[in-house]
Unconditional design. Sequence first.
Length: 198
Amino acid sequence: MTKQIEITIRARNNLLIEARTRFGFANQAAAGRAIGLSAVGLNGLECFRTSPIGKKTGTWTGTAQRIADFYGVEPGELWPQALIELRGSPQLTVYLEAHELSGSTRLALPSSTVAEEHELTAMIDKVLKTINERDALVIRARLGLGDDEGPMTLDECAEKFGVTRERVRQLWMRGIRRIQDQSQTDRLLSDYFDEVGG
């Protein structure tokens, strides 16, 4: 039987996003114009579709070096080794039944090896930095990320945050929608520019 709900979290390079934000750029297009690059090129690097390391040379690409120079940092500060190894728009997708979102149910990430879970948690943390802090706190609590309590029910979250169970559910759903909206926007832009040859 097909699950009723799909939740997808896509990873983005928050170091690039933070650098862009520090310089006052509202989006990739604005940053691209200032740096002299396309928004598509920046998007590819932010979403791990494009590597900052040249395949043939094994050194920083001209685009990666140009971005780092613009922000006044070394490329390694924007792309640490762990991020360089991420490829192909990494994401986490969880499939749930509607009843699994009820207050009496604890959510958990799919189990895998300890190393994969650590990498996955780090990737999710980066994604959660791109949404509202309160929404991210609720998502972390529901998934059991960042503390020793493990995944929490809606009721447990309500008690922890001092709000109603319904408010926790609203924050959870709003946070998930924001993550999905971001992912959908990235995918639509990428697909559009792929079609037009950008």
